[in-house]
Design a protein around this ligand. Structure first.
Ligand SMILES: Cc1ncc(COP(=O)(O)O)c(C=O)c1O
Length: 439
């Protein structure tokens, strides 16, 4: 039973004095963790992590989904070590840039060129810029049902916490809903010939229905609008190489990150030559200053990406994760049923990345009950933050352990539902939405 989080709590206090938010991703913040839960991780190996208090957890969060093979996965570390000893940044490009570009493009159908960066936000924003430059249009449409696309103004301008973003910038971003083609048709009708691009994930936790993606593709083609599919989470996880290939939809541009380098910092903007080459230096048209960053091609991160993608392919990881996720779902459903919680807890999504939805006694989605699950998971040694993110390092033993722990978690959940109040069982406050206007 894990009960000691003293060092985690002390570090939260210190970090919040030194670093705005106390961390570098809002979803890693202390407000995203139960009070009785780990807030600083010291190390990881495979699908296990150890917090700064020395507590060990079976990890279902896997570095915000970025660790697809396992923490400190040796074949990737070997490639990184080999590259590190040669230095990491030079005045001229390094051959690893073309090695990775060549291999990545050989794996991604429909992509002719690729550009690397350190962050997902950089590549989604670059995709938007490229689409605007190539179409000469200023409006964009993003899917508001999908979790996150960028910390840049075009996206955050539309969120409650949009301080610092001029309203004029936010007004150029329009939103539509997933699996609701009418919501996108409406935008095309209201802004004829003015939409530079449409950006969405191929899927998040809902599968496309009624030919939705095909219809999005048709609308974009008909209107001369660039279709950007964001494979940041889905890439190599929900299909090989990505969900768009698995779902049979062709994008003009795709964006990649989490999962391509097993937690190392490497993201990609990939796409059709006629669009991508606008960012090049060999054409005679107006130039697009595409992605240009000092650290974008840090050599060992590119080596990590090359080794990771090869390992994902060699091990048949995408299909394996799917089998594992399906098995987990099958193991958890009876546990939920036995606890009498089938009306309150729903597992949804693709087996490669599943979401646990928590409802309160009255049936409403509840951050309180969700936090109660996080708290009880931590108590029994699971790092669970709402989704099951399998990796190559997870296996049958971890599935069994998870089902066993969920039996215990759901006993507490059921008691809270019976009492009609999670607060009798949760220590501290529920987690808060990342997108909120005030703290
Ligand atoms: C679908 C999606 N796109 C883009 C991003 C942004 O990536 P990054 O955090 O590397 O900037 C994220 C990150 O959560 C994401 O989930």
């Amino acid at each position: 039973m894990i009960t000691n989080f003293a060092k985690s709590d002390a570090l939260v206090k210190k970090a919040q004095q030194l670093i705005p938010g106390g961390c570098h991703t809002y979803s890693k913040g202390a407000d995203q963790s139960p009070k009785l839960g780990p807030k600083f991780i010291a190390r990881g190996k495979g699908c296990y992590v150890w917090d700064v208090d020395g507590n060990k957890y079976l990890d279902w969060a896997m570095g915000l989904t970025s660790v697809i093979l396992g923490h400190a996965y040796e074949p990737v570390l070997r490639a990184v070590r080999a590259e590190l000893k040669n230095g990491s940044n030079f005045q001229c490009p390094s051959p690893v840039e073309t090695d990775l570009a060549e291999y990545f493009l050989s794996q991604v159908p429909g992509a002719d060129m690729v550009k690397f960066a350190k962050n997902g936000s950089t590549v989604t924003t670059a995709a938007i810029k490229l689409a605007r430059a190539c179409t000469g249009r200023k409006y964009l449409a993003f899917c508001s049902d999908h979790g996150f696309f960028s910390y840049d103004d075009w996206y955050i301008g539309k969120k409650p916490n949009n301080a610092g973003v001029p309203a004029e910038i936010a007004a150029l971003s329009l939103t539509f809903n997933y699996n609701n083609i009418a919501s996108l048709e409406k935008l095309f009708a209201a802004y004829p010939g003015q939409l530079a691009c449409v950006i969405l994930e191929p899927m998040e936790f809902d599968l496309p229905a009624d030919g939705f993606l095909k219809k999005v593709r048709e609308l974009c083609t008909k209107n001369g609008t660039v279709l950007i599919l964001d494979e940041m989470i889905t890439g190599f996880r929900l299909g090989y190489p990505g969900a768009h290939a698995a779902l049979g939809v062709k994008a003009d541009l795709t964006t990649w990150g989490k999962g391509v380098a097993n937690g190392f910092s490497c993201c990609m903007l990939a796409g059709k030559r006629e669009i991508m080459e606008a960012g090049g230096i060999t054409h005679d048209k107006e130039r697009v200053f595409l992605i240009s960053t000092t650290h974008g091609a840090e050599t060992h991160s590119l080596a990590a990406a090359l080794a990771s993608i090869r390992e994902v392919k060699r091990t048949g990881l995408t299909a394996r994760n799917m089998r594992l996720g399906e098995k987990l779902r099958k193991m958890l459903l009876p546990v939920i049923q036995d606890a009498g919680l089938s009306e309150h807890i729903v597992i949804k999504g693709h087996p490669g990345w599943q979401l646990l939805l928590c409802r309160d006694a009255g049936g409403a989605f509840s951050d309180g009950y969700k936090t109660l699950v996080f708290q009880e998971a931590a108590r029994h040694g699971l790092l669970f933050r709402g989704t099951f993110t399998p990796s190559l390092s997870h296996g049958d033993a971890e599935l069994e352990r998870t089902a066993e722990v969920f039996r215990k978690i759901l006993k507490v959940y059921a008691k809270a539902v019976d009492a009609g109040d999670y607060r009798k069982f949760l220590v501290g406050d529920p987690v808060k939405p990342v997108f909120r206007k005030f703290n």
